[in-house]
Design a protein around this ligand. Sequence first.
Ligand code: NAD
Ligand code: UDP
Length: 324
Amino acid sequence: MTIIVTGGAGFLGSHLCEKLLENGEEVICIDNLITGSEDNVSHLKNNPNFKFIEADASWGLPEGILNQRPKGGRVVQDDIRQIYHMASPASPNKNNPKSYIALPFETMKVNTMGTMKLCENAVKLGAKFLFASTSEVYGDPEESPQKETYNGNASTIGPRSVYDESKRFGETITSAFVRSKELDGRIVRIFNTYGPRMSDDGRVVIEFIEAAQKGNPIPVFGDGSQTRSFMFVSDLVDGLILAMDRGDKGEVYNLGNPTEFTIMELAAKVKEITNSQSEIKEVEDLPEDDPKQRCPDITKAKNELGWEPKVELDEGLKLLIKAL
Ligand code: NAD
Ligand code: UDP
């Protein structure tokens, strides 16, 4: 079958394309390279089952995509069986030009208008649809761990709102298509994921490793007591494919590693694993809207998808550092 991955030239999307190809599928990657890079998929380009199309997913599938299937021959619309909508800037770091704070309108468009158009495409093609949402829909959560049933505590106007609220609305759009247009759609809420091919878009794991390796201060925002739960990319990719293949229509699944760390603990771990002499330094206040706690409840994904993460932080950090 043919599978579309929007955002396929990004960090997560490129790993997903790779795994789907390994599973014997044909993959069409659609990416406008706003935060991603063709380098992330250059190793896939000689695979006859892989096709890269540079296009903006905010407008849905590009015109004529059915004529651009990886293998030649007659175009059969029914061949496109699945659409993973992964396209969106994903970093909250206001100091970085690739962050969603620097790209507010692009972020809102791809998660709302793009989701609407892609849902329409999926209904027309009779394809399954998966929307890559985020733990950010929980905002600064008042309960922990976060279950899928928790409605969150997100600001509609703060600096993160362009991302949080457009992901929340993307979920609403997906759900409405399931309810009213017979879309076979599901939603995954991805918690902090790290691994090879993560870009320098300002997210914490790469920032800390780069600083530690250069001997620069490891830059902690706030006092470092805020928590995150870090998942290695191979675990996420397994979860995405299971959610698409086994997940029920209209359902939402948390995908994350439930082992929770403070950002200060992460800094210490990175320093130790890189054998660095860097000092750990509180460089600026905690940014506005920065969630103080984040930890997934993954009971639903465990029970309904048969999924749970396998790679713990020490091992994952070592794999990432080796790949840099
Ligand atoms: P990334 O920036 O590496 O990848 C996103 C990709 O989408 C990039 O290649 C970018 O060029 C592309 N893109 C953005 N807007 C586009 C558009 N309009 N049309 C076509 N392509 C477009 O980020 P990532 O970490 O790989 O994130 C992938 C998805 O997963 C995003 O939707 C993000 O919100 C979600 N997510 C990621 C994490 C994480 O920890 N990595 C956590 C929660 C959610
Ligand atoms: N952070 C930090 N130093 C950095 C980048 C991020 O201390 O150089 C903190 C950030 O304030 C947040 C956490 O690390 O509390 C995770 O940030 P990230 O940008 O990776 O993503 P988030 O989980 O906030 O979306």
